[in-house]
Design a protein around this ligand. Sequence first.
Ligand SMILES: [Zn+2]
Length: 145
Amino acid sequence: MLSSGKKKELITVNFNNLRLKILGEEYSITFSTPEQDIKLIENAGYCDSLDKKIVINKNMGNYNILTHDESSKEQLVWDTIKHEIFHAFFFESGLCGYGNDEQLINWLAFQFEKFNNCLGELSIVLGLACEKEVNNQETQEDNKD
Ligand SMILES: [Zn+2]
């Protein structure tokens, strides 16, 4: 677990140049204001699959996420990022109909941690996480030959 000081440091560094590979396409994640980006006037964020970017409103509720530290606001930012990433996954899958379904996207974004915990626990019970790690080590050693 990160101390709050380290966490803040990581967030500050990563805010400048967040990049994420989504099904092979590199997306940037940036933070902007409605004054700088008109698409943020009525949105907490958006995903632009043509420009491969996710933009998050850094002044959600008149609150600047870059200069303040409040857990509820961090959660709002995290929820928004997850939401926009699910849009990107559907767009990159060629499933634009699903990608435009806000109800589906919201459901996935809010359930993500539950999926992750469920699958993580199952992989541990089945020993799949260890198996994967062993396979990766074997692959790395094979590549050295
Ligand atoms: Zn959306």
